[in-house]
Design a protein around this ligand. Sequence first.
Ligand code: NAP
Length: 239
Amino acid sequence: MNSRRGARLALVTGANKGIGKEIARGLARLGLVVLIGSRDVGRGRAAARELSEDGAVLDVQLDVTDRASIERVVLLIQNDYGHLDVLINNAGTNVGYQKPSEVTAEDFRAVYETNVFGVVTLTNALLPLLLRSDAGRIVNVTSVRGSIGAEAAWVGQPSMPYSTSKTALNAITVHYSRELANTPIKVNGAAPGHVATDFNGFRGTRSPAEGAAIAIRLATLDASGPSGGVFDDSGKLPW
Ligand code: NAP
């Protein structure tokens, strides 16, 4: 086994900025080789250059709505590493706020293509490689907005396409954890809190590094850790 094949390998989607970049940084500091997915090659390269101070970080072009781009990444991991230990489905998008009575199916499609369909397509494409790991971890970056029972989900103006995309992602997390219950793979959702990123015009109250912490923790759970839950820094979120 060459050193690449022996390395503990993570893929973080949407990691050229924001929370994803800090998840990548944290995993690299823990000694994992980290592939950072970026839709744009230039932005990915710049982030990988910055993160190279923290460990082994390489950029890969990855748009989770583009099947050809997914297939190229799967092939690269298969050929160069032969397995995948950690998949962080972090890439996410939103549309501007509209009242539920004004939302269109197009708004839903735009958000779900990335936040829901992209996650399922990428996860399914990578599952055979995750199953080759002795401790595969899948972390879906969700939001408290997706938890219907959490008070914080309803503060301000929740966007219906975005909030329900994360509710779907939470349910998807449980479905995968059930199917994979008899494998070493654990599947959990990480809610980062209100983080200052491009996503919200940098209005969040937490730093991207603070937002990344729960995903890093779930990505590095030991064998006794949970699977099928959605967590923030203070514990398990309600449905
Ligand atoms: P961000 O700084 O805007 O980063 C979003 C990342 O996702 C960017 O790298 C973006 O790429 C990428 N992306 C979007 N669509 C993509 C696609 N189709 N394929 C691949 N990459 C794609 O936002 P963030 O706050 O870090 O968000 C990261 C995750 O945290 C999202 O899932 C979001 O829903 C979740 N979240 C954020 C907050 C918050 O307060 N910020 C709260 C709860 C949950 P480009 O640079 O090319 O646009």
